[in-house]
Write a protein that binds this ligand. Structure first.
Ligand code: PMP
Length: 315
């Protein structure tokens, strides 16, 4: 990364990270009134490009969340994609990165719970980012005693900052108990999702995944995997509620998410899934997915915004 970096985008302009500050009275800091995204940029050394995966879809989801939280941004999804590309170019990243836009109630007002009275802010940053779940092969999960937040509480279909306390409690307890990831159930006991990932089972040659109405985030990786499975492997996905015990007898299981990519699951609650190793369909999907996100699959190149890092700012 060039000297003087990282640069971030904050309040309408690019500036060094150290200069991008918010006050301690910021509403979002106190109440979690933010909408954020996680977007990956995947470095492909073969053609010297960084491929940003489905950025317009991430920004459409961000803007939907902003609508929900009454955050007005002066940008369209296309504007945000352009700003993101410029951020990547200016920083000269030549490695895998994680891009974090955050729209939030930036008002310096602490005792005010009225969204319509609070001013909005926006920031965008990117950091070098490798593996999220640092485990080789298939991971070990547990069912969390924490239940997934319901749409009637804080809508989980949006990436609302405050909502993530739910995920953080589940993830922390799972890791401290020696597992890699937590699986959260809905209030009525159906499988919802991982703390930061959607969930798939493989059974009888089909994929099974919970519907959005089971309080999941409608993941962009989930959607990509559904399309790749159908188009490239002829494997259909059934969207339906899943009982906890169905996980134990699945042939294969995996999680999907921007940070976690496609992560095979080998155990849930001390029961092996299949033979506990990475399953055949999981492996085939994973190989396809990693080719696609690095811009190596011509058919899906429209999912990637390829950024050539300009020579003048390389160091
Ligand atoms: N569920 C939750 C709770 C998440 O935080 C994420 C990560 N954004 C996902 C699912 C996966 O979504 P995506 O594939 O769009 O990253």
């Amino acid at each position: 990364m060039p000297v003087g970096r990282p640069l971030v985008f904050h309040e309408g302009g690019f500036m060094p990270l150290a200069e991008a500050k918010i006050g301690i009275m910021t509403h979002a800091l106190h109440y979690g009134t933010s909408i954020f995204e996680g977007i990956r940029g995947n470095w492909n050394p073969d053609d010297g490009k960084l491929y940003i995966f489905r950025p317009a879809d991430h920004y459409r989801r961000l803007l939907e969340g902003c609508h929900m939280l009454m955050i007005k941004l002066p940008y369209t999804a296309d504007d945000l994609v352009r700003i993101t590309i410029e951020l990547v170019e200016r920083n000269g990243f030549q490695e895998d990165i994680y891009i974090r836009p955050i729209a939030f109630k930036g008002a310096q007002k602490v005792a005010n719970l009225k969204l319509h009275e609070l001013e909005d802010s926006f920031a965008l940053l990117a950091i070098p980012f490798g593996a999220y779940i640092d485990t080789q092969g298939a991971i070990r999960c547990c069912t969390s005693p924490w239940r997934r937040i319901e749409d009637t509480m804080i809508p989980p279909r949006f990436k609302i900052g405050g909502l993530y306390v739910n995920s953080i409690l589940a993830k922390t307890d799972a890791v401290l108990a020696g597992f890699d990831e937590a699986i959260l159930l809905t209030q009525d006991g159906h499988v919802s999702e991982g703390s930061g990932e959607n969930l798939f089972l493989v059974k009888g040659g089909k994929l099974i995944t919970p519907p959005v109405s089971d309080n999941i985030l409608g993941g962009i990786t989930r959607d990509s995997v559904v399309q790749l499975a159908r188009n490239e492997l002829g494997v259909e996905t059934v969207e339906r509620s899943i009982d906890r015990s169905e996980m134990y007898v699945a042939e294969e299981m995996f999680l999907t998410g921007t940070a976690a990519h496609l992560t095979p699951v080998g155990q849930v609650d001390h029961r092996l899934i299949g033979d506990g190793q990475v399953g055949t369909i999981t492996k085939a999907l994973s190989d396809l997915y990693f080719g696609v996100i690095k811009g190596r699959n011509a058919k899906y190149k429209h999912w990637c915004a390829g950024v050539t890092v300009p020579k003048l700012i390389r160091v």
